[in-house]
Design a protein around this ligand. Structure first.
Ligand SMILES: [Zn+2]
Length: 217
């Protein structure tokens, strides 16, 4: 369900995912949870997405749509690493000239290169200009420095990444807790989540609810 205003969609992009250019499957809310609205630096919005881009990133608590888009592209890169390596290891010409012949390999070459170009195009895709009700959406990615524990991070997202690695946090749990208690209580979110380093999808929701309840929220 759309919680926020939908971005304007140019006629030529009407069937496209804003993140990767593939056919759109749905419209998604950004941020995903209403509790994250206080973390972002611009108005919340809805935009078109394919199913893969809508679900590939598990964590939340992003500081802007651009930070989320970076995470989507990163996740696509990791997931499709094998396919992408075809383009890194071979050029189109090398693939065409390769001495390995035979019809099965011919088919492989054609489809492998096709898949490589498809994934590469999705990762490079830039979306279209964000406008809501005729107004250009300004997303300030410059002045987002986030201070925590004596260190200045370029933004909240890199502080989150750092904390998850350093304290062995469950990324999904931490980002959800953070979005509910707010970035001012970053250290408290770490303390709470350190107790639960490894969670199954099934346990995570219960632990999250337990933490929230414990805080009286
Ligand atoms: Zn997509």
């Amino acid at each position: 369900m759309n919680r926020y205003p939908l971005i304007e969609i140019p006629f030529n992009n009407r069937h496209q995912c804003w993140f990767c250019g593939e056919p759109k499957d749905k419209e998604i809310n950004f941020p995903r949870y209403a509790s994250e609205e206080s973390l972002i630096s611009h108005p919340p919005l809805c935009l078109s997405s394919c199913n893969e881009c809508a679900t590939i990133v598990q964590r939340s608590a992003f500081s802007s749509l651009f930070a989320y888009r970076d995470a989507v592209k990163q996740a696509l890169t990791v997931k499709h690493q094998k396919t992408l390596s075809i383009g890194l290891n071979w050029t189109r010409q090398e693939l065409a000239d390769s001495e390995l012949e035979g019809s099965a390999f011919e088919g492989f070459k054609r489809s492998a290169w096709f898949m490589f170009e498809l994934i590469q195009a999705r990762i490079n895709y830039q979306g279209w200009e964000l406008r809501i009700n005729n107004e250009k959406l300004i997303i300030d990615t410059e002045n987002q420095a986030f201070d925590f524990d004596g260190t200045r991070y370029v933004n909240l997202d890199s502080a989150v990444t750092h904390a998850v690695k350093t304290f062995y946090l469950d990324e999904q749990l931490f980002t959800r807790v953070l979005s509910v208690i707010g970035k001012d209580k970053f250290a408290q979110a770490i303390r709470l989540c350190r107790l639960y380093p490894r969670l199954s999808n099934k346990n995570r929701e219960a632990v999250f609810l337990e933490i929230i309840e414990g805080l009286g929220l």
